[in-house]
Write a protein that binds this ligand. Structure first.
Ligand code: B1M
Length: 223
């Protein structure tokens, strides 16, 4: 196992190094970025799960530095760009494709929230597990979720939030979906969420990661 390579991918995420051509960050000019290193890792047979773990550690570190005011939003954006380069390589591994969809899963990041990396991962893994995924994107207003439920009877809804401040919008969305479509199953997730928070907002389920979301969907599936 090429541990050094895996570690370096995490460092590229933390430092926002996308590829060799990228001039950012200054102290990594000319070095390979997450793009090339992920391709290399996959060609060496390193599993996508290990690569993802390294990316999440890198994200965790940049997030902690952000909390300590050592870096700012531009650095977070570069970390996200670097992570997206990894995700482009990993996508095919999550989307194995199946003959018949198990059901429809409508997902989005709630109003006011622009974080989409975690939501995209959940989308990919759920899709790879045989569900038709309708991804509404980020900053999704309650009305858009409601319209999508109306247009896709029987769908299950997934809401993602990364900010403690947008959890209130999430609660509002859960409430409105339940008011208009009491039978619609709603699952919530994202870093500030918990089983308790999900219960308080009367969501049907909570998952801390994509695998948890799949397990929940398979449990409640009516097909
Ligand atoms: Co921001 N940000 N950010 N950010 N950002 C956090 C979330 C923060 C924790 C950083 C920190 O302070 N340490 C903090 C939130 C604090 C809080 O509310 N408690 C924060 C802040 C404050 C902000 C801004 C307000 C900063 C500012 O402007 N001053 C701003 C808000 C913008 C907005 O949304 N309105 C902001 C902006 C951004 C960027 C746009 C620059 C960028 C996002 C780019 C993008 O997503 N395209 C960004 C980033 C990159 C982060 C961190 C560093 C990384 C997030 C991430 O992608 N993680 C983050 C710190 C951190 O997480 N350590 C931080 C990797 C991803 C794979 O994990 O998203 O948790 P995650 O998803 C996981 C699980 O949560 C779960 O599965 C995923 C895979 O395991 N999951 C679900 C997610 N959704 C799910 C749904 C499910 C089930 C599971 O079912 C439906």
């Amino acid at each position: 196992m090429n541990e050094a390579l895996i570690t370096q991918i995490g460092i590229c995420i933390e430092k926002g190094k996308v590829n060799k051509a990228s001039p950012y960050p200054g102290d990594m000019i000319g070095q390979e970025g997450s793009d090339e290193l992920t391709r290399q890792a996959l060609s060496e047979g390193i599993g996508p799960d290990l690569i993802l773990q390294a990316c999440n550690s890198g994200m965790q570190r940049i997030g902690e530095r952000f909390s300590r005011n050592e870096v700012f939003v531009p650095e977070l954006l570069m970390a996200a760009k670097s992570m997206n380069a990894v995700m482009a390589h990993l996508k095919p591994y999550f989307q194995t494709g199946t003959v018949k969809a198990k059901g429809k899963f409508v997902i989005g990041t709630v109003a006011g929230d622009l974080h989409d990396i975690g939501k995209n991962l959940v989308s990919m893994v759920v899709e790879g597990n045989g569900w038709e995924v309708i991804d509404l994107g980020v900053d999704v207003k309650t009305a858009k979720f409601v319209d999508s439920v109306k247009a896709n009877p029987g769908c299950i809804v997934g809401l993602s939030a990364l900010l403690t401040t947008t959890m209130a919008n999430m609660a509002k969305t859960v409430q409105e979906i339940k008011n208009q479509f009491p039978d619609t199953v709603v699952i919530v997730g994202g870093a500030p969420l918990s089983t308790k928070a999900a219960e308080q907002m009367k969501a049907d389920g909570y998952a801390s990661d994509p695998q948890g979301a799949v397990a929940f969907l398979n449990k409640v599936s009516r097909n």
